[in-house]
Design a binder for this molecule. Structure first.
Ligand code: GDP
Ligand code: MG
Length: 166
């Protein structure tokens, strides 16, 4: 199985940390070269039965400028070209305006979006379910996977779930 996966999320939610955790020593390509239609290739994960190209989308930010519009449009174009998207959030901070704004942009996207609730090492286990309920109202997520990108918890489950959409 192989495919393209976009990673989205506001700054500091752990996108880079997740990439490092997933790719680890299995780096095939790490490139900053801009791709014409696919944007930046951030990394390629290869295992016995999966090859996943992770794309770093330019951030989806709330911005009142032409450049902001362009970046958002580029990110949205990327989202419509990939097999799946990972929407990372920081579970230890809870829902913020940045998360809501991104979710709004996902409204007309048909691509399956997996909600990745990161930094679960920083929260009480009881806090997870209420938070999941809150996020479910934002979007019809294909999957919801809690992880700790930093410590690697549940990252293998995330890759397994992702495999369904490749
Ligand atoms: P990005 O801006 O989305 O790429 O976020 P980074 O990957 O740069 O992470 C931002 C900060 O969050 C860094 O200090 C990371 O060490 C920290 N971080 C990322 N993932 C986790 C996690 O699972 N647990 C904890 N405790 N910290 C994390
Ligand atoms: Mg980063």
């Amino acid at each position: 199985k192989s495919g393209f996966v976009a990673i989205i999320g506001r700054p500091n939610v752990g996108k880079s940390t997740l990439m490092n955790q997933v790719i680890g020593q299995k780096i095939a390509i790490m490139s900053d070269k801009p791709q014409t239609t696919r944007n930046k290739i951030h990394g390629v994960y290869t295992s016995d039965n999966q090859q996943i190209v992770f794309l770093d989308t330019p951030g989806i930010h709330k911005r009142q400028s032409k450049l902001g519009d362009y970046m958002n449009q580029t990110a949205l174009n990327t989202l419509s070209e990939v097999e799946a998207a990972l929407f990372l959030i920081d579970a230890s901070e809870g829902m913020g305006g940045g998360d809501r704004y991104i979710a709004e942009q996902l409204k007309n996207i048909r691509t399956p979006v997996i909600l990745v609730m990161n930094k679960i090492d920083k929260i009480e286990p009881e806090a997870l379910l209420p938070l999941i309920e809150e996020y479910r109202k934002l979007h019809d997520f294909a999957e919801i996977v809690p992880v700790s990108a930093k410590h690697g918890n549940n990252v293998s489950t995330l890759l397994e779930q992702l495999g369904k959409y490749l």
